[in-house]
Design a protein around this ligand. Sequence first.
Ligand code: FBP
Length: 284
Amino acid sequence: ANLARILMEGKLGGTGKMVILPVDQGFEHGPARSFAPNPAAYDPHYHFELAIEAGLNAYAAPLGMIEAGAASFAGCIPTILKVNSSNSLSTTKDQAVTGSVSDALRLGCSAIGFTIYPGSEYQFEMMEELRELAEEAKAAGLAVVVWSYPRGPMLDKVGETAFDICAYAAHMAALLGAHIIKVKPPMEPLSLEAAKKVYIERKIDASSLAARVKHVVQSCFNGRRLVVFSGGEAKGTEALLEEVKGLHAGGANGSIVGRNAFQRPKEEALKLLASMIEIYKTKP
Ligand code: FBP
């Protein structure tokens, strides 16, 4: 029922597609890097209002952000409590558990959100933490959203978004029991030598964003799990919408876009989100 709440909410409600606003960048990147481009975004209420006015499916954030808006916006939009967090002062590729299932229930959230870093030195601990929290969340009827971001000593910046690695990370999130899987848009280069051989021999198409997304979606149980793609650093409207068209053409279930939404002035962000919603409403 909580997964259905997310899927039935907003302007894409009932289409199987989603646009979600994630605002954990204050934790991940720091407040100035995240919010100085649009100072209104320092206010947690701003993000609830943006997501509600834009007609999005859900709003995802860490504990403090959700708590700061809960009294005013409870029940106005499905929320996803981000229950682990990293920060830019850390030298390790790890995340601390910063929220609980009982926090999510107390705040009326529809889901918990959890990040894993496949490839990091701490990946197995993160997976084990997720296993426990997901079991508890599911027992309480909450959906589980997994941010699966490959990073660690085997991967350089290119490897982190290479489409073979992205598909692998997305598949592991599906195996860990995620209902919604969040990855970065898959880029062309193959990363690991071993993977290269398999992909070339099997003639897996990586020639366009749509082809690469198709492979990622296929890796999530052939589309039986929901896969959404993040927006990344702020970029131009045309570039972002082109990317969304490619994601949609490849069978993405939607986008989860933070900086590209809240770093723009509100009117501009609402226009951009409306255009993204229109793309997801069309037949690919
Ligand atoms: P953006 O659309 O701003 O990229 O948000 C997506 C997201 O997953 C955030 O939830 C998270 O804070 C950020 O990206 C993490 O990105 P990275 O770990 O690459 O800095």
